[in-house]
Design a protein around this ligand. Sequence first.
Ligand SMILES: Cc1cc2nc3c(=O)[nH]c(=O)nc-3n(C[C@H](O)[C@H](O)[C@H](O)COP(=O)(O)O)c2cc1C
Length: 351
Amino acid sequence: MSFYGVVRPALFALPAETAHGVGTSVLSVAQGTPVERLARERLRVDDARLATTAFGQSFPNPVGVAAGFDKNAELPGMLAALGFGHVEVGGVTAERQPGNPKPRMFRLRADRAIVNRMGFNNHGADAVGERLAEIRLPDVPVGLNIGKSKSTPLDDAPADYRYTFERCGDRVDYTVVNVSSPNTPGLRELQHRDALEAILGTLLDAGARPLLVKLSPDLPERAVEEALAVVDDLDLDGVIATNTTTSRPSSLRSPERAERGGLSGKPIEHTSTAFVANVARQTDVPVVGVGGVSDAEGAYAKIRAGASVVQLYTALVYEGPTVARKINRGLLELLDRDGFDHVSEAVGVDL
Ligand SMILES: Cc1cc2nc3c(=O)[nH]c(=O)nc-3n(C[C@H](O)[C@H](O)[C@H](O)COP(=O)(O)O)c2cc1C
């Protein structure tokens, strides 16, 4: 049995957010110590066939950490040492916020899923900006995911996003406008044309490049088209698809499916992959595929559907800290099987 196979029952005996805190504390203690170097040696899959580029960034492999795992930019070094090819920190908001009352994160164990209604709990742009200025950043791209402060009215969202970028944007390699979390009232309305244009335009004026937008899998087709028209008009650098969903597939078995919030993990895998394909068909910009990736087959399916790189969060909870290595090794086998010399050759072949 793997190390995580032994530890996981103990973690799963704790409430989900407490377990997350334990896991991140362990990673934080290990960061910067010989354990980090050891992890890097063991878990990084160094192979030129996996190295890829997208929106001007060089990724050593296509498997990254999705936003929300390291909300306050405390762990990018250690997450890179676990073998991830990029780390997206945040969501950070202009204001420090406590988020929603606990409990607000629920495991749907039988479904290998999570429902969360965290509500952008984070230390705020000033503190995260100071941390980013101080820490040693890893040698993989680090992205900044920005959300809207809860107390800021929707009309004032552009200045709120800009504030966070100005405090935190200096040391990151790309910026993501998150207008797709279901847990901040009204946030997802910002995916509509005028609001989106205003936020993205303000950030571009502030010098945010590369700039990506992260979309909800719950967007109706017309709204997807509108959002992609804005991506085109403003010459954005990429799209992240997808965030969590408020829908509840009928296949869910865990009682926690009744909890309010965004669903992530295995049950959203296929809808998210279909969403990636839909976006990739309609735009020329790189797509970052996220939603239910937990193994090489799933990552490969998103890549074949048009994702240049993929991300995951929920699989870190269920598969543990060796998940990036497992996926990267598996990807090499799949590339071999299908006669691709390089992962970039597989991008979009199913479209
Ligand atoms: C507890 C939790 C917190 C999250 N926080 C954020 C966030 O702050 N910003 C964001 O864009 N996405 C956030 N996400 C969404 C993930 O980045 C990702 O899009 C989603 O979970 C689907 O991927 P997965 O199935 O691999 O988890 C969060 C997800 C979870 C489970």
